[in-house]
Design a protein around this ligand. Structure first.
Ligand code: SAH
Length: 217
């Protein structure tokens, strides 16, 4: 008999051991992390590591982020289910699925086309129908659907890309790792009546955001 593993228990353990003890409190975020099958977003050879407490390679020199970082960034966006959300750096599509669970609609941009195509396939198989995909330089944003209530950049930037700040709605939240190529601080920027208020959520390490308003290739 072929044994098809069910990772429900692994997901529950991930929430209980990695997220709650580090301070993730939002129940909608915890529920989404307990629901989305992270095992579907990693390479077959790494499937047994899918719920481990670290990032994993996804090809093209890119990584799927550590579960805790996904939860931390998502919680900071304060999603209620009504948002138009923009994601820069689709990668595996795992963070995209979490955003799609918690927003009205997600626009996601990935510069490496084969990653976008693979993520789009997996997310369609899982039944998500509120996600729009684009293979492009996300530092330029996505004009057609602005303004966004929430913007998340899942790659490290030298500074916050100005087009993304420009496409943020009043009251909107933007999360981005900002720093050098080896170490960044997770910055939350909130637009309030034309002013941008910034808060530092702590240190992190991401792959490069490459583009016109990011690092040069
Ligand atoms: N959230 C993803 C993280 C992937 S790593 C996940 O958990 O799977 C970051 C991704 O950002 C990479 O796939 C990289 O190709 C992409 N990226 C880097 N610069 C970009 C840019 N300017 N526009 C869009 N995507 C970019």
């Amino acid at each position: 008999m072929v044994h098809i593993p069910d990772y429900r228990l692994a997901r529950e353990r991930m929430v209980k051991n990695q997220l709650i003890p580090r301070g993730i409190k939002n129940h909608r975020v915890l529920d989404a992390m307990g629901k989305v099958p992270r095992d579907r977003f990693v390479e077959e050879a790494l499937v047994n590591e899918a719920y481990n407490d670290h990032p994993l390679p996804i090809g093209h020199n890119q990584t799927i982020s550590q579960p805790y970082i996904v939860a931390l960034m998502t919680e900071a966006l304060k999603l209620t289910g009504k948002e138009m959300t923009l994601e820069i750096g689709t990668g595996s599509g795992y963070q995209t699925a979490i955003l799609a669970e918690l927003s009205k609609r997600v626009c996601t941009i990935e510069r490496v086309r084969p990653l976008m195509v693979k993520a789009r396939t997996v997310l369609a198989e899982l039944g998500y129908n509120n996600i729009l995909f684009k293979a492009f330089d996300g530092t330029l944003g996505w004009k057609e659907y602005e303004p966004y209530d929430a913007i998340i950049i899942t790659a490290g930037a030298p500074k916050i890309p100005q087009p993304l700040l420009d496409q943020l709605a009043d009251g909107g939240r933007l999360i981005v790792p900002v720093g050098n190529r080896f170490r960044q601080e997770l910055i939350k920027a909130t637009r309030k009546k034309g002013n941008i208020i910034q808060k530092n959520l702590g240190g992190c390490r991401f792959v490069d955001l490459v583009g016109v308003h990011g690092w040069k290739d």
